[in-house]
Design a protein around this ligand. Structure first.
Ligand SMILES: [Zn+2]
Length: 399
């Protein structure tokens, strides 16, 4: 398949404005960061794409204007399981409890769009004794326990207008919208399926672009994410698609945004002055990000060069997308011998693009690394504890 003319955005993919400028370019990144490969050679030959990050100074949205959706293909091998971290589990439990308590979702019907393995839907069902309907084309039926299956029905398909008959009191959609090139089309479809059920609470969660911009989270840039939402751009998408925003929060220490909405009879008035101030603030961070992107890459290249020169043993901890981007931007070769991940389904596989083997933490006893580079500062204590338990005391650095 080749890119169709309609896949090239004419303006901002969140608000349509032409006030767009590109600010970071990354060439030849693996298209599927989370898709691991069975051997080193095939991992090295993984398909690649281009990232041209663009910023809209009208709504504060960031997006990859070089994104080609025809390259994407979600399969059952797609593995996106933050869920293996105890900390993330606890966060998801608290979120499920908040939605159930805040909106009195008890004994009701809940839809989760892009439900993955149904973990979050199961939490919402359990907290409120609800009935769950999940939609995900990558769902593997045999993975579900009998206990979960009793409460939940999962459809191995994209959620679309043909499922409008499945009514819901709560619709959740977590970490889906950032994968969609034209988010307004997706949200408009959800609005259509909600129809006149004005009490249906619609909750979306996406990564927060401000977290990436503020912390120079350059390893958060991945091909799969074509949309990077800010508070004003997320609000604008839902407003323009006929939703009333009830709450819009930064979540998970600012890493995510969560939006609670209900259907509106007509789209609300256009953005207010507060939004314009937000956008100007984001604009400043975008400029700074662009300036410091190159220097952060240069700093890591020089560190990796020093470690290579003294034959230090280096491991990357975190087989998620950040780890894959880190390796692919820096391309450290043999200097980084392996990537640790606690998800047993990833272990034994190979990193797209650069080809490191993914190993269990216990494998580090063999490697005895001098340096462990961790991808997310949030997990620092958790990882330090695991290393200590293994009898290892490497220098721990945050990427
Ligand atoms: Zn915009």
């Amino acid at each position: 398949m080749s890119a169709t003319a309609s896949s090239v955005p004419a303006g901002c993919t969140a608000c349509g404005a032409a006030t767009v400028r590109s600010f970071v370019q990354i060439t030849d990144v693996p298209i599927h960061c989370n898709l691991l490969w069975p051997d080193h050679d095939s991992a090295r030959r993984a398909p690649r794409g281009q990232i041209t990050l663009s910023f809209c100074s009208t709504c504060g949205h960031v997006f990859n204007s070089a994104f080609d959706p025809s390259l994407m293909e979600y399969t059952q091998a797609y593995e996106n399981s933050l869920h293996f971290s105890p900390r993330f589990q606890a966060y998801a439990e608290a979120l499920a409890a908040r939605l159930v308590d805040r909106y009195q979702i008890r004994g009701m019907d809940v839809i989760d769009v892009g439900c993955g393995k149904g973990d979050f839907l199961a939490m919402v069902c359990e907290h409120g004794n609800n009935r769950g309907y999940g939609f995900d084309p990558s769902f593997v039926p045999e993975n579900m326990s009998a206990e979960k299956a009793a409460r939940m029905t999962i459809v191995q398909d994209f959620y679309s207008a043909k499922y409008a008959g499945t009514k819901a009191d709560l619709i959740t959609c977590r970490h889906v919208l950032e994968h969609i090139q034209f988010p307004r089309e997706f949200v408009r479809n959800v609005r259509q399926t909600v129809g006149d059920r004005m009490n249906t609470l619609v909750f979306f969660e996406v990564p927060n672009v401000m977290y990436t911009l503020k912390d120079l989270g350059i390893w958060d840039l991945i091909y799969e994410h074509c949309s990077y939402f800010s508070v004003p751009s997320l609000r604008e998408v839902f407003r323009s698609c006929g939703f009333t925003v009830k709450e819009l929060h930064e979540l998970y220490e600012g890493q995510f945004l969560g939006i609670d909405t209900v259907a509106a009879h007509a789209p609300a008035a256009s953005p207010d002055v507060a939004t314009a101030e937000d956008v100007r603030r984001i604009d400043g961070f975008v400029t700074k990000f662009a300036e410091e992107y190159a220097s952060k890459v240069a700093l890591w290249r020089s560190r990796l060069g020093e470690w290579k020169a003294r034959r230090a043993s280096v491991a990357v901890w975190g087989g998620g997308s950040k780890g894959v981007t880190f390796l692919n931007v820096l391309n450290p070769g043999d200097t980084v011998s392996c990537m640790v991940d606690i998800n047993p389904r990833k272990q034994g596989m190979f990193v797209a693009g650069t080809g490191q083997r993914v190993v269990a933490p216990e494998h580090l006893r063999t490697v005895t690394p001098d340096v462990v580079i961790i991808m997310n500062p949030v997990y620092r204590d958790e990882i330090a504890g695991q290393l200590k338990a293994l009898g290892l005391t490497p220098e721990i650095m945050v990427a």
